[in-house]
Write a protein that binds this ligand. Structure first.
Ligand SMILES: Cc1cc2nc3c(=O)[nH]c(=O)nc-3n(C[C@H](O)[C@H](O)[C@H](O)COP(=O)(O)OP(=O)(O)OC[C@H]3O[C@@H](n4cnc5c(N)ncnc54)[C@H](O)[C@@H]3O)c2cc1C
Length: 380
């Protein structure tokens, strides 16, 4: 077992770090978070660096790189600018990996070049007002006519729906009670007719705009179907490990940033004539935080490696998501306690990490659902 990074991995991580220092230094991250202004304009630059094409096959213009290298990049992005990491993850995972895994050849030829160049943004629309964890209860319908699909229904909490060029939308094509067996995936352009969007307000992740989306007789060409009819859930499940891996890496990076911030504060701030970091209780807390982050990192790398080797990873992907997101929640809580009033100030990055962290234990499949998956994998 070899835990070292290759020369190529070191070099790309250095380039990503320089890129972030230049384009998204901490004050720019703060400014964008305060203004809810996502850095969409950086996607084409990430594309130029080869980051967005890294995991895709060469036949579609990708670099044919290893998913583990993608994991390392996602962690670095998460550590320095999570807002860009989650954007890149949506382009690569929700967009590219969905297309590569179950898109038609025509859809791949048409869209992969734009994904790899960073010119196309994607949203994934699965959740509905009455279908969150129980996604198979979704009701948004797709009805086939002679020449078209007609979509009707409502999706909710769809990240970046308004800015996306395309939404990948899960719709019911089977009978109303067909559950997971009657769902199909559709590629819906943002500018298709009959789509209304309403912005949702929330407490964190300000650069991840959330939208309620209503489809009212949205008419699509027959070629808008992605993959096989009524096999949408199977297709979705086949790409979930990319999403979980991307989230685990992003969140591990954020957790490391929190520990670094806490160490910087605890070594600078003095109370009772000594640095906070000299109090044993603070030291132990920081040690526990760093140990938990290292553990998240190991789970994230193991998952990245399994995906890169094309090996089964249902249990490991649920575990990586679970550990990384609960670690971030825990280190932001402990970090807030150590920074105290300094961390509670809106001038300090601590409050942003703390607010943002709350999402991940239930977003993209709650941790209760991850535990259900792991229990099933353990034969329970
Ligand atoms: C900021 C943000 C961005 C999002 N982005 C997207 C997006 O881009 N696309 C998209 O489709 N969705 C998106 N979502 C929706 C997200 O995926 C859902 O919030 C998530 O799936 C949980 O669903 P819910 O919120 O309806 O919770 P519910 O399903 O109502 O669950 C409530 C609680 O009950 C628990 N629970 C439910 N069922 C079980 C069970 N069987 N066993 C044990 N516990 C259970 C849950 O774990 C949770 O703790 C986003 C949400 C947010 C807040």
């Amino acid at each position: 077992m070899d835990f070292s990074f290759s020369e190529e991995q070191r070099s790309i991580l250095l380039s990503v770090e320089r890129f972030l220092d230049q384009h998204l230094p901490p004050e720019e991250v703060r400014r964008r978070d305060n203004n809810g202004d996502p850095p969409y304009h950086l996607l084409p630059l990430l594309g130029d660096m080869g980051v967005l094409g890294l995991p895709f096959p060469k036949q579609y213009g990708g670099l044919g790189g290893n998913w583990l290298t993608m994991t390392l990049i996602q962690e670095k992005l998460g550590q320095k600018a999570a807002m860009l990491c989650s954007l890149a993850n949506r382009v690569v995972g929700f967009g590219g990996m969905s297309l590569i895994t179950y898109g038609s050849e025509e859809q791949k030829q048409k869209l992969m070049p734009g994904i790899i160049k960073g010119n196309l943004l994607f949203a994934l629309a699965l959740s509905e007002p009455n279908a969150g964890s129980d996604a198979a209860a979704l009701r948004t319908s797709a009805r086939r006519t002679k020449n078209n699909w007609i979509i009707n229904g409502q999706k909710t909490w769809i990240s970046d729906a308004d800015a996306a060029d395309y939404m990948i939308v899960a719709c019911r094509t089977g009978a109303p009670d067909s559950g997971a067996k009657g769902v199909s995936m559709f590629l819906i352009p943002r500018n298709a007719p009959g789509i209304t969007m309403t912005a949702l307000s929330k407490v964190g992740n300000n650069c991840l705009p959330s939208w309620d989306v209503v489809f009212d007789d949205t008419q699509l060409e027959l070629t808008a179907l992605m993959g096989e009819e009524n096999k949408g859930f199977k297709h979705l499940m086949a790409t979930l490990h990319y999403a979980r891996s991307s989230m685990a890496a992003n969140v591990t990076g954020q957790a490391q940033a929190v520990v670094d911030l806490v160490i910087a504060h605890a070594t600078e701030r003095e109370q009772f004539n000594q640095q906070l970091s000299k109090f044993q209780v603070i030291q132990h807390r920081i040690v526990d935080m760093q140990t938990a982050v290292d553990l998240s990192r190991l789970f994230s790398y193991r998952l990245g490696w399994l995906i890169g080797e094309n090996l089964p990873c249902r249990r490991e992907s649920a575990q990586a998501k679970l550990i990384a997101t609960e670690t971030l929640l825990d280190v932001t809580d402990k970090g807030m306690q150590i920074l105290a009033s300094a961390g509670y100030s809106t001038e300090n990055d601590m409050q942003r990490y703390w607010r943002d962290a709350r999402l991940y234990t239930f977003g993209e499949g709650s941790n209760e659902i991850q535990r259900n998956i792991i229990a099933k994998e353990l034969g329970l």
